[in-house]
Design a protein around this ligand. Structure first.
Ligand SMILES: Nc1ncnc2c1ncn2[C@@H]1O[C@H](COP(=O)(O)OP(=O)(O)OP(=O)(O)O)[C@@H](O)[C@H]1O
Length: 241
């Protein structure tokens, strides 16, 4: 079966710095791929290449078998690629509800205003934001901004959801709720790729791990096997084995 996403020998440099180095991986429909790597390894760059903020220097990125090279970010969103950002950037002068409505009206789900309204209410409920629907997004706390980031990405009806470090800074209880929510999203058929430094949260969701170092693949496969590999222990955890 065709992979939902395939990243084929992709390279990207900023000047002399090669940030993505001949990287290949696939994401199967329905799986949850966890992405790990040291700071600056090039993880967010991979998301920017998938969602269209950056263009690769070489290689191909296919979604649903379609080459994404010529598609703008908003067309990729309509095609079913949703993402959150490491630094949450809501429409600050709009309410929480309006932020979601933008996603629900202009994302992959073609729906009427009434249907979009219902979708937003459901998502606000699931993400714990229902009591803050009418607050201006710019006034939210860090945790609520993260919730909004996730809810807004979901409002676009993604087939593929890219999550960039949404567990950082959460309490144990909050992380527990987030894990339950992400597992629920996956159970509803959304394929997930999650970059996260909070390893226990990632391991509670990921069916497979990809570890990136200096823009290249260091390890990939079953989460337990990847975490036990001596390369990953050395590079990611600083443990000499
Ligand atoms: N637009 C850009 N112009 C120049 N350099 C960039 C740009 N975007 C990223 N970089 C550099 O590319 C490298 C990889 O950045 P990236 O954000 O992809 O890493 P990361 O693995 O997501 O890191 P972190 O875990 O700290 O978020 C870093 O050295 C970063 O400074």
């Amino acid at each position: 079966m065709t992979a939902l996403l395939s990243f084929e020998r992709v390279s990207k440099s900023f000047g002399a710095l090669k940030v993505t180095d001949d990287l290949s991986f696939e994401v199967a429909r329905g799986e949850a791929l966890g992405v790990l790597g040291p700071n600056g390894a090039g993880k967010t760059t991979v998301f920017n290449l998938i969602s269209g903020g950056l263009a690769p220097d070489s290689g191909a990125i296919r979604f649903n078998g379609q080459d994404m090279a010529r598609l703008s970010p908003h067309r990729r969103c309509r095609a079913g690629i949703g993402r959150s950002y490491q630094v949450a950037l809501p429409f600050e002068g709009m309410t929480v509800f309006e932020n979601l409505l933008v996603g629900a009206m202009f994302g992959a789900g073609q729906r009427s205003a009434a249907e979009a309204n219902d979708r937003c209410v459901d998502l606000l409920d699931r993400t714990g934001l229902i009591g803050k629907a009418n607050r201006l997004a710019g006034t939210l706390t860090l945790l609520d901004r993260k919730r909004l980031e996730l809810a807004r990405a979901l409002a676009t009806d993604p087939a593929l959801l890219l999550l960039d470090e949404i567990a950082g800074g959460l309490t144990e209880h909050e992380a527990h709720d987030l894990i339950a929510l992400i597992n629920d999203i996956r159970a509803r058929g959304v394929t997930i790729v999650w970059i996260e430094h909070v390893v226990h949260a990632l391991l509670a969701v990921a069916s497979r791990l990809l570890v990136i170092n200096f823009g290249a693949k260091l390890a990939e496969g079953d989460p337990r096997a990847v975490m036990a590999s001596s390369d990953v222990k050395r590079v990611y955890m600083g443990i000499e084995v």
